[in-house]
Ligand binder design. Structure first.
Ligand SMILES: [Zn+2]
Length: 194
């Protein structure tokens, strides 16, 4: 498991080898992140790790669930891409099919990353707002006696800061900036490099 900087959850997502599909509770392998989501490009499945065994789990899952939703259809086409270019190796810039398809996917992901994070922080924030309202938490009071209210108030602050980091200049309800580059047969229709 690669080490990564506690403060950069996205570098933690990148390059973490995981078996696909599971939405599992993994406390010890998250590099200090609250949650992770990524595509297992061999299986074509998005996996999620929900890292914090605390009161905020449902709202971490709201954030990561948005990633699952936004990643899953394009992720599912990567194995088809690998199969297609294994049969048609003339079109992979001299690389293996796996390398080529991963690179095309990675370009798509990084080009759309701000849009995806904006949507995910928005979902996490919405979840936290509803929870705080339903539990009538008094966020901002010096000593909040309720442990779960404290955790959720802190989580909401984190989601706000991500929202303000990623959402400027982004239309979270608009179309994805660069469409998935894979056709249904696995061939590549375009690239999403900058
Ligand atoms: Zn995220």
């Amino acid at each position: 498991m690669p080490k990564c900087n506690n403060k950069d959850c996205e570098s933690c997502v990148y390059g973490t080898p995981q078996q696909g599909g599971a939405n599992s509770l993994r406390v010890d392998t998250c590099c200090g992140c609250q949650g992770l989501a990524d595509c297992n490009t061999d299986l074509g499945q998005v996996w999620t790790a929900i890292c914090a065994p605390t009161c905020v789990v449902p709202c971490v899952d709201a954030h990561e669930g948005q990633h699952r939703y936004d990643l899953s259809s394009c992720c599912s086409l990567v194995p088809k891409c690998i199969a297609y270019y294994t049969k048609n190796p003339l079109y992979t810039d001299g690389r293996s099919a796996r390398y080529y398809c991963q690179a095309v996917y990675d370009e798509w992901f990084s080009r759309n990353r701000r849009w995806m994070e904006c949507r995910a922080y928005r979902s996490g924030l919405d979840c936290a707002q509803k929870w705080i309202k339903a539990h009538t938490c008094a966020c901002g009071t010096p000593i909040n006696p309720d442990k779960c209210c404290n955790e959720m108030c802190n989580f909401r602050a984190l989601q706000y800061s991500g929202y303000y980091d990623f959402c400027p200049g982004v239309s979270p309800l608009g179309p994805i900036p660069c469409k998935c580059p894979f056709n249904n047969d696995g061939s590549v229709s375009h690239r999403c490099e900058k």
